[in-house]
Design a protein around this ligand. Structure first.
Ligand code: MBD
Ligand code: FE
Length: 280
């Protein structure tokens, strides 16, 4: 029997991933700052309770829900969907180069590396519309960034990510492409499907209880880096997607919409998108 896709399955994978890649690199935050931040967050919670006269039943429902978020492994999903976009905004507000967007819970480092013109790893007859994604990486002053690295990861045509859903090859639709001397790259992939965050876990319960929807518009994830420059984490979106205007993760910006056209090859679509990186 094949494993099914569950919130607890993808949640456990995302939690393990985070614990092994990022949790150890905890910020060295001074106690004065921890004190200030913790107090202000708690003050905001207390104020909300007083303002809306939160009941014991509601308090206990919240307590049970918070316990379940952890048990489902959905803290990475919860935080990346409802909090990360503000952290990203604050962290990148001074940049002159490309707008970025949130990383989300499904990045995996050290994907297979390719030179300048590549096809992302995919299954034989990978379902979906072929997409040629090409562009150039430059500095703010227009200098091409020779040897820049473009890491890309995305959902498949059913909205599933490799390593976070069962029965998908390990590096499916994940790769790192090293641009040529002129900073140019060409990546062959397929167009991802819109993504619905798991509805059978705690995040899904919140969405249902609040009468929200669980959709993110179809998107490509990217990290673009070059020596001496700030790494750009971005997502790119497809015009016409019904959820570009109401992404559950609030991670769409107008600068991140692609201008997709029929491919010159006659096979699927193509799009050109250039990246401009700020100096570090
Ligand atoms: C995703 O694919 C995603 O990109 C984010 C930010 C949250 C949940 C799923
Ligand atoms: Fe995603």
């Amino acid at each position: 029997m094949s494993e099914t896709v569950t919130a607890a399955g993808s949640g456990a994978s995302a939690t393990d991933r985070f614990q092994s890649d990022k949790a150890a690199a905890a910020a060295d935050t001074p106690p004065e700052r921890v004190d200030m931040l913790a107090r202000e967050v708690l003050d905001a919670v207390h104020q909300t309770i007083r303002k809306h006269e939160v009941t014991y039943d509601e308090y206990n429902a919240l307590k049970a829900w918070l316990i379940n978020v952890g048990q489902d492994g959905e803290w990475p999903l919860f935080l990346d969907v409802w909090v990360e976009h503000v952290v990203e905004d604050v962290a990148t507000s001074g940049r002159e180069g490309n707008k970025g967007s949130i990383e989300g819970p499904y990045y995996v480092p050290d994907a297979p590396e390719y030179q300048a013109e590549a096809t992302l790893p995919m299954r034989e007859n990978e379902p979906g519309t072929p997409l040629l994604f090409q562009g150039q990486v430059r500095a703010v002053d227009g200098t091409p960034l020779s040897g820049a690295k473009v890491e890309m990861w995305q959902a498949d045509d059913e909205g599933y990510y490799s390593q976070f859903a069962p029965n998908i090859p390990e590096w499916n639709l994940r790769g790192a492409v090293v641009a040529d001397e002129q900073g140019n790259f060409k990546i062959n992939t397929i167009q991802p499907a819109p993504y619905q965050i798991p509805t059978d876990g705690s995040c899904g319960k919140l969405i249902a209880a609040a009468g929200w929807h669980a959709w993110r518009p179809a998107h490509l994830h990217l990290k673009v880096s070059a020596p001496g420059h700030q790494k750009l984490t971005a997502q790119l979106y497809f015009p016409g997607d019904p959820h570009n205007d109401d992404d559950i993760a609030s991670a769409v910006k107008p600068e991140l919409l692609l201008d997709v056209r029929p491919a010159d090859s006659g096979n699927g679509n193509q799009v050109t998108y250039d990246f401009v990186l700020d100096a570090s």
